[in-house]
Write a protein that binds this ligand. Sequence first.
Ligand SMILES: [Fe+2]
Length: 332
Amino acid sequence: MLESNPLSGLSRESNVAPVKSIRTLSATTPFEYNLLTHSNFESWFEQKLFGYRQVLRNPLVEITNPQKLTSFERAALITAITRANMVIYRCRTPERVNQESILSLAAQLGLTRLDLDTTTNNQGLAELADQHIVTEKPSIPFSSAALNWHTDGYYYPTDQAIRSFLLHCERRADSGGCNLLIDHTVIYGLLRRRDPSLVTALTHPNAMTIPAHRSEQGTVIRPACAGPVFFATKDGALAMRYTSRQRHIQWQKSELVRTALDQLREVLAQASDLVLQHTLEAGEGIICHNILHARSAFTDVTPHSRLLYRARFRNPISGGVAALPTSLLPAA
Ligand SMILES: [Fe+2]
């Protein structure tokens, strides 16, 4: 179900420096803007956008039995993931789907290295629902509030990155709860098209630092973690660590990073035609390579509130990795 601008209330006015000044800023960096690379990039990116838009027009794959994918269903899932790093599936009999079959579906796509943390249940799934918890530091994923753009596990170092996740809808909300999805590779391309120095700035190993997460007693639950926004994975794909939150995050203090962030926010705000907006119905789910995503706020009226199961994985989707040309990837 499509909704118009569900995150429009979250957009922030961006104060963006003109691209001309970015080139000036980057003149002192080792990066050389060269026409050959630019030409390679444009042909790759045009092809990428062509395949991506095909998925946006038809993102749904119907599944009869998630515990036993047919070869046709699996091929359709993998084709979409290769083109867009994401796909939406729809189980024909939602009432037969349980937590076991969700994990079985994931396993048939090679997704077995579950990320377990304090939010996961004994099956390894997190149950995303409004838990009506009132604390000083509310966890937004477990509330009915809107979630702004982010990738999952942005607080992890790159060698522990969340490569993939699956979201399965058990029950939708009475209203709202729309998922917004955009392939981070598309955002990388749009930024790079503006100026390669923007993505170069965001590949710095100290571009984004998440301070240590401490308990109320001051015990360190998770140490501080610095890392790049964009980075290349061992299998030649592009990955992204990003959150648009304003608190508990330290960006590298450089004019180039500040400019790149402003441009990133602007690109996201202007890329609505490349955002897939979908409100998951019961039995539907998203499988993706940890793309950028957001969620609109939702309202539950009926006693059975919105419930999504989330599984996060440290490995990519088998057969679904679209490696980028080496020349277009951030340096390892
Ligand atoms: Fe998320």
